[in-house]
Design a protein around this ligand. Structure first.
Ligand SMILES: *Cc1c(COP(=O)(O)O)cnc(C)c1O
Ligand code: SF4
Length: 356
């Protein structure tokens, strides 16, 4: 096996030097260490969660296609001995992933065609999406980017071309940092990147799409808060949380710290069978998010990525769930139910997709 530090080094060279330059107190592991120590072996996962060995063969086979990765903070929120735990389902490689379906592809939303420059997607008017890294703190089984050829883009090394593209198109007012997960970058790398974006006069807003505050709350460290505090652009952070159990005290604290930096916090969820396809869960999620200063933004109908078909909720059921949710919640807590469609210049409300 490749040593973990070497693996990190491959993806994020800048992170390693910071780790060594700034070694953390012994009982308070740095987020880099937490990330490096994320659980990657299906056998250990099953053992730590007291789950049956009968799940192992499938977990190893599915994990060979898209690897298991789960940080300790996430693991701690999973109920032991419960194979249907909603947080477990999101990360455990499962037998269902090995089935293939012709409706599900390796590039479900046409990202490859929308590539404007290496690592840059320009699909929507006024907004570009910059893929900063292929790395994530956690690997979600339904991820629509699980087959994305990140290495083709080798991201940050090709940043100058992406920034040139943004510079020469003055219709671009918003830059969205995505990935992977942009918070996998070190604080200094992020600061540098944001600094470069800020030099482009027509860019007014910065948006960060990240699952890290939920998956690895330790990442919201003093250095990151300092970086975010000094951003001059109007800044929005869109977190990704699917189930109220993902929001424990540590996550709520991280979110509250982010709010204090003046960021607008929004959440996007993916509607997932066996995880959150339930009106009470979704209602509870919106309310719990709001209590942490986060507004529900989107509820995504699953992108049809190969290996994720078992998470799909049929459109008619999704619309019925959303209608029921509307009855329970004030309008400002109701996320918009959307589907991303190939070649369409905005996320489409599912009700519109399904209109006869
Ligand atoms: C979802 C997405 C956006 C942002 O869409 P909003 O509706 O503004 O949240 C931008 N670019 C791409 C490629 C996207 O997939
Ligand atoms: S954090 Fe986001 S990009 Fe990363 S695996 Fe999960 S869904 Fe995919």
């Amino acid at each position: 096996m490749i040593p973990k530090t070497a693996e990190l080094l491959q993806i994020l060279p800048s992170q390693i030097s910071e780790t060594t330059a700034n070694s953390p107190p012994k009982d308070d592991k740095s987020w880099q260490q937490q990330q490096a120590d994320a659980l990657r072996e299906p056998a250990r996962l099953l053992q730590q969660l007291a789950l049956p060995d009968s799940l192992l063969a499938a977990a190893e086979a599915a994990g060979a296609r898209f690897s298991l990765r789960v940080p300790a903070a996430w693991l701690a929120r999973i109920e032991k001995g419960n194979p249907t735990d909603p947080l477990l389902r999101q990360i455990l490689p499962a037998a269902e992933e090995l089935r293939s379906s012709t409706a599900f592809s390796t590039d479900p939303v046409g990202d490859r065609a929308a590539r404007a420059a290496p690592g840059l997607l320009h699909k929507y008017q006024g907004r570009v999406l910059l893929m900063t890294t292929g790395a994530c703190a956690i690997h979600c089984r339904y991820c629509f980017r699980r087959h994305y050829p990140y290495s083709d883009d080798s991201l940050l090394t090709q940043l100058p071309a992406a920034l040139d593209y943004i510079r020469t198109d003055n219709s671009i007012h918003e830059v969205i940092l995505s990935g992977g997960d942009p918070l996998s970058l070190s604080n200094s790398r992020l600061a540098q990147l944001i600094q470069q974006i800020q030099t482009i006069a027509h860019v007014k807003r910065l948006r960060i799409h990240t699952r890290t505050p939920v998956a690895l709350p330790e990442r919201i460290d003093a250095g990151l808060l300092e970086v975010l505090n000094t951003v001059k652009l109007q800044s929005v952070m869109v977190i990704h949380c699917n189930h109220p159990e993902e929001l424990d005290e540590q996550v709520l604290e991280a979110l509250s710290a982010l709010r204090q930096c003046g960021l607008t916090l929004l959440n996007q969820s993916v509607l997932l069978k066996g995880v959150n396809d339930n009106v009470d869960i979704l209602s509870h999620l919106s309310q719990r998010l709001f209590s942490a200063g986060v507004l529900a933004y989107y509820l995504h109908q699953l992108d049809r990525v190969e290996g994720a078909q078992h998470f799909e909720v049929p459109d008619t059921e999704a619309i019925a769930l959303h209608d029921a949710l509307r009855q329970q919640l004030p309008g400002y807590l109701l996320p918009e139910l959307v589907r991303e469609q190939r070649g369409v210049g905005a996320k489409t409300p599912l009700q519109e997709v399904c209109r006869p």
